[in-house]
Write a protein that binds this ligand. Structure first.
Ligand code: B12
Length: 301
């Protein structure tokens, strides 16, 4: 299991390497993470996404030149390409086809590439539009192919209207693809989540994969145990940060050990139902928010 401190060190090494434009060192940090048992999805979410947010934020804060950020982004995309190739060699196709695109106007592309790769890991054939894609072109592209689902990523809240307009246009195609929307913008409190004609909205990438499967009717028993645990971990981490709690705070409030919480958030800890109930109570959230929809919660214990 990767301890929090090890993950911090790997993150620092990775961020330093991309800032130095050193692909080999960045790749070494990733392979060290793999050797310590971090799965590919955790590497994406806990290492690469973290680094991308960190270097992007440095540019936003005027600390680095845009050239440094661009090179860092390209290194991360290249590393994702290698991880994708490794995982693709072992995956089994599920027979479904998706198109993933950043919404028109939005040049943030790493999150949408991540969604695209997670779908690939899940067995989908995916065409990834490498940049913001004008509505007309995206519709034409989808029309020309037999596409089961379109995933749209929105990072900047101001482009939500473009997303709605694209959804409407895609739904005029006959037969129309299922539409999944997600991305950073959806966690903004300014964004209304009631999209017209959209088949699914997902608040994180794991939920996105579950929704994508549901949309096309994949009913093979759903996620593997590892994927369920990663999904649960991501939901707990996201709910905890929304509440401004540290892992120690959650540990104190739930009576569970901090290292247990840490492993759980990394998807590395199998969990009892009792522990999930304690966490939900400590976070003051419902079980459906943790992805457990159909359990009748008892009161008074
Ligand atoms: C990196 C970054 C950049 C890079 C982008 C590099 C690139 N080519 O991708 C650069 C430096 C170029 C950049 C530019 C800009 N940026 Co910027 N950027 C960021 C930053 C720091 C990180 C975003 C990121 O890539 N995170 C890593 C990825 C992996 O995470 P993610 O996108 O959230 O994706 C995850 C999930 O959301 C999910 N997901 C993503 N898509 C989808 C889709 C579906 C369907 C599903 C299910 C899931 C899913 O999966 C991923 C894995 O978990 C954020 C702030 C932050 N800390 O998040 C600001 C931020 C998004 N940027 C911002 C802005 C304003 C801009 C600019 C407009 C600045 C400017 N004045 O030019 C421009 C964009 C111009 C444009 N029109 O697009 C603002 C947006 C705020 C707002 N309310 O509008 C932010 C929030 C910064 C801030 N604090 O103000 N940016």
């Amino acid at each position: 299991m990767v301890e929090n401190r090890d993950l911090e060190i790997l993150r620092m090494r990775y961020v330093e390497s991309v800032l130095a434009g050193d692909f080999s060192k960045a790749r070494q940090a990733v392979s060290d993470a793999q050797n310590r048992g971090l799965g590919v999805q955790a590497i994406y979410v806990d290492l690469l996404a973290y680094s991308q947010s960190a270097i992007g934020q440095m540019w936003h804060d005027g600390e680095i030149n845009i050239g440094v950020e661009h090179l860092g982004t390209v290194i991360t995309l290249d590393i994702m390409g290698e991880l994708r190739a490794q995982a693709s060699a072992m995956r089994k196709s599920n027979g479904f086809r998706a198109v993933v695109a950043p919404v028109d106007g939005d040049t943030h592309i790493v999150g949408s590439r991540m969604l695209s790769d997670f779908l690939v890991f899940d067995g989908w054939e995916v065409d990834f539009m490498g940049g913001p894609t004008p509505e007309k072109d995206l519709v034409e592209f989808v029309k020309d192919r037999s596409v089961d689902m379109v995933g749209i990523s929105v990072t900047i809240p101001a482009y939500i209207n473009n997303a709605q307009s694209t959804i409407t246009a895609l739904k005029l195609i006959s037969p129309s693809p299922k539409i999944l929307i997600g991305g950073l913008a959806l966690s903004s409190s300014d964004v209304e989540m009631n999209f017209v004609n959209c088949d699914a909205v997902a608040l994180n990438i794991f939920e996105g994969i579950t929704q994508a499967r549901n949309l096309v009717g994949i009913t093979d028993g759903g996620l593997t145990l590892e994927e369920h645990l990663s999904d649960l971990g991501a939901r707990i981490r996201s709910a905890r940060s929304d509440k401004g709690m540290t892992q120690q705070d959650l540990s104190n409030a739930s009576g569970l050990d901090r290292t247990y919480i840490s492993a759980l958030e990394q998807g590395k800890q199998n969990v009892t139902f009792g522990a999930v109930l304690r966490i939900a109570k400590a976070l003051d959230i419902s079980l459906p928010r943790l992805g457990i929809p159909f359990v009748k919660e008892s009161h008074g214990n």
